[in-house]
Design a protein around this ligand. Structure first.
Ligand SMILES: [Zn+2]
Length: 300
């Protein structure tokens, strides 16, 4: 039961976002900077994003969805074609650090340096400042939130104080939080990456995604919010839609897939600002909330 349910636009049953973190090989370079250049298997595993992202964009194009991608600035510089393709599809690109540095492991001045260096890359490559941020490894610190407010960000998507979007209030201002959940992140079931300390047992798509899709079912029943956090080099790898009954090449819960098929009969906006009729299915939106989704503030 949700104590303070959000009245989703036009009677939507629940809200969903399918977000992607495009880390590519930034992960091995930040983890093993001395010799990462010669660790070819993790480099190539990360570079698989170049194969997976176009498939995902094609799925979104076919379904008419606009969604949110979080990319370290170093990755944007290395793979400008990915950035161009995401922008051409009308999707949002959010700030995800410079080279996936963990904010909790660097000093506030260092964090500011890399945060603002990344901002410059976003402005140069996308023509605008990002509105959203997701901390690498979700490790936002108070300094991170202060930087987001100082630089006029609309939302963060790293913190977990609720299972529906909420507003955070600090001494410097307020910020929307669009909460992730480890249960809906593909990293725990699929990351097999010894160099950065993850050796999760290999699982079938059905088994590995079951927990996340059960999270979706619970939020669907409760009228809440579900957000997938996917890494294309982990789960954007099924070229023929092996991950779902809907023939999609990125993970979608079955009920969402059903509503996507149904959706073709009805207009649906993916914007929180201009929602359209969506009946009893979930509303699927990019993360950027343009209005207050709820009145409750959580103070940091
Ligand atoms: Zn990441």
């Amino acid at each position: 039961m949700i104590q303070n349910p959000i009245p989703w636009p036009n009677g939507a049953r629940c809200a969903c976002s399918i977000s992607f973190d495009i880390d590519a090989d930034s992960l091995i370079h930040i983890a093993k900077p001395k010799d990462s250049f010669d660790r070819l298997y993790p480099i190539t595993m990360g570079r698989y994003d170049q194969v997976a992202v176009p498939r995902i964009l094609e799925t979104y194009r076919r379904l008419g969805l606009k969604q949110s991608f979080f990319i370290p600035a170093w990755t944007m510089n290395q793979y400008p074609d990915i950035v161009d393709a995401i922008l051409a599809g009308g999707h949002e690109i959010g700030h995800h650090g410079y080279i996936h540095e963990d904010p909790s492991e660097i000093s506030p001045p260092e964090q500011r340096h890399w945060f603002e260096k990344a901002l410059d890359v976003h402005v140069r490559m996308t023509g605008r400042r990002p509105r959203g941020y997701r901390a690498p490894v979700y490790n936002a610190t108070q300094s991170t939130i202060d930087l987001l407010i100082e630089h006029g960000f609309t939302y963060d998507s790293s913190l977990m104080a609720d299972d529906i979007p909420y507003r955070m209030k600090t001494a410097g201002g307020a910020l929307f939080e669009v909460p992730p959940h480890w249960g809906s992140d593909d990293w725990p079931p699929f990351a097999h990456f010894a160099e950065i300390g993850y050796m999760m047992p290999v699982k079938s798509p059905t088994e590995g995604l079951a927990a996340s899709f059960e999270e979706f079912d619970a939020q669907y029943e409760a009228g809440g919010f579900w957000m997938g956090i996917w890494h294309p080099f982990l789960t954007g790898v099924w070229p023929d839609g092996a991950s779902s009954s809907a023939g999609l090449n990125t993970p979608f819960p079955r009920k969402m897939s059903g509503s996507l098929r149904w959706r073709k009969l009805c207009p649906m906006s993916m914007s929180w600002k201009r929602p359209a009729a969506i009946g009893r299915g979930p509303t699927i939106c990019p993360i950027t909330p343009n209005r207050s989704p709820c009145d409750r503030f959580i103070s940091l």
